[in-house]
Design a protein around this ligand. Structure first.
Ligand code: HEC
Length: 175
C-alpha cells in the first residue's frame, strides 16, 4: 500500500510551513513599521512658512493628518500625490509653488488660493474652473470647509513633500 504522503510530498509540506513562518514576521513588520515611522515626524518637519515674510508655524501631527484627509476628500481627485492630473506643469511640489505669481509656498498664500485661485502667472482668476470658496456653488465639496480646514489642507500640502520627498509632486521625472 502506498504511504498516505510520499516522503517528497512531506518534505514539500514542511518547507511550505517553514516559509510561512519566515514570511509572517516580515509581513507583520511591514504592516506596523509604516505607521510607527510616521509617528516620528519631528518639529522641523512639521514647521512650515505661514507667509512670504518668513513667519513659521509648527503643526501637530494630528492637524497634518486631518489636513491629509480633507485634502484627499476635496482635492485628491485632481491632486493625489501632489501632482495636477490635468496640468502636470502646475503641481503642488515646493518648487512649482514657489515660482507661482504670487508664490504659493506658504499657509496664507495657499489659503488665499483656495478662496480665490488665480492662473499660475497671477494674471486672472480661475475660480470658475478651480474649486474655491468663491465657486462653492459649483464645487460643492468646498461648502463644508471652514477657515481652519483650509489652513490644515495648506499645512498638509507644505509638510507632505518634507515627508515624502520627490514622490510628492512626482518629481517630474515620472512623467
Ligand atoms: C477638478 C480638478 C481639481 C481639483 C478638485 C482641485 N484642483 Fe487645484 N488645480 C487644478 C488645476 C487644473 C490646476 C492648474 C491651474 C492652472 O492652470 O494654473 C490647479 C492648481 C492648483 C494650485 C496652484 C499650484 C501652483 O503650483 O501654483 C494649488 C495651490 C491648488 N490647485 C490647490 C488645490 C486644493 C487645495 C484643492 C482642494 C481644495 C484643489 N486644488 C482641488 C485642478 C484641481
Amino acid at each position: 500500500m502506498a504511504p498516505f504522503l510520499s516522503s517528497a510530498a512531506l518534505r514539500r509540506a514542511v518547507r511550505a510551513i517553514a516559509r510561512t513562518l519566515l514570511v509572517l514576521p516580515l509581513a507583520l513588520l511591514v504592516c506596523f513599521a509604516g505607521p510607527v515611522a510616521a509617528a516620528q515626524w519631528d518639529a522641523d518637519t512639521l514647521t512650515v512658512a505661514v507667509n512670504p515674510e518668513g513667519s513659521a508655524v509648527t503643526f501637530s501631527e494630528k492637524e497634518i493628518k486631518t489636513g491629509r484627509k480633507l485634502f484627499n476628500d476635496s482635492c485628491g481627485t485632481c491632486h493625489a500625490g501632489g501632482i495636477t492630473k490635468t496640468n502636470q506643469n502646475v503641481g503642488l511640489d515646493p518648487e512649482t509653488l514657489e515660482l507661482a505669481t504670487p508664490p504659493r509656498n506658504s499657509v496664507d498664500s495657499l489659503v488665499d488660493f483656495m478662496k480665490d485661485p488665480t492662473s499660475y502667472d497671477g494674471e486672472y482668476s480661475i475660480a470658475d474652473v478651480h474649486p474655491s470658496l468663491r465657486s462653492s456653488d459649483v464645487f460643492v465639496k468646498m461648502r463644508d470647509l471652514n477657515e481652519d480646514d483650509l489652513r490644515l489642507i495648506a499645512g498638509y500640502i507644505l509638510v507632505a513633500p518634507k515627508v515624502q520627498g520627490q514622490q510628492w509632486g512626482g518629481g517630474k521625472i515620472y512623467f
